[in-house]
Design a protein around this ligand. Sequence first.
Ligand SMILES: *Cc1c(COP(=O)(O)O)cnc(C)c1O
Length: 246
Amino acid sequence: MTATREQELSGRLADVRHRIEAAGAVSGRRPEDLTLVAVTKFFPAADVELLAGMGVTDVGESRDQEAGDKIGALPSDVRSRIRVHFVGQLQTNKAKRVARYTDVVQSVDRARLVRALAAGRAAAVEDEVVSGPLEVLLQVDLGEGEQAGRGGAAPAELGQLAEAVAGSEQLRLRGVMAIAPLDLDDDGVRRAFDRLHGLGEQLRHTHPDATWVSAGMSGDLEAAVAAGATHLRVGSAILGSRPAQR
Ligand SMILES: *Cc1c(COP(=O)(O)O)cnc(C)c1O
């Protein structure tokens, strides 16, 4: 008999939770300090609902049109039990909508986007669609020299961006996020994530609430845990492979 989608998801989710736990044990991290964000892009609202039923508390999306429709389709009791993170590159003209249906935007990389998200959140609060500030992570480009960066602000820009976020009543600065540069070996990935962790520490000198470090995906979550990540964004290892992306 073929496995149902529920069996498939619960088996893979258990595997990922074991990987996170094992990695945490190796580096002395407390399980409660490691949050799994299940990245459900390309997969339907029904999968989000199944995962929420299995205790997943945080869900990530990266494409606005799809994400808005999907989150809007969730039953309200499911929606109220999960925290929705936007993790993809975000165009300024999409920010207003994203600020209405997400709880966290992890991919903030420029001042214009900060302003657009703040305005969008203010409107959403005014319309009583949401009640509190939008939580924000600054995405950092960890590419160096020849390496291809994978989006994000240059490390030198973080201070100014942090000030812009902190100055917006409707935004709350929670930390930093990055995607490991392509084509690095395991040591290179670890060094990149160590660097991200250091940038987060630096940010906390002036913004003590910025305690989150979002790093690590299906292929490199162990390195992220070892480097001090607090949020792991895992897609394919839980949901299965996606169609090829742009
Ligand atoms: C898709 C995506 C992920 C999840 O990637 P997997 O390799 O499938 O785990 C994590 N972070 C971001 C920003 C993504 O776009």
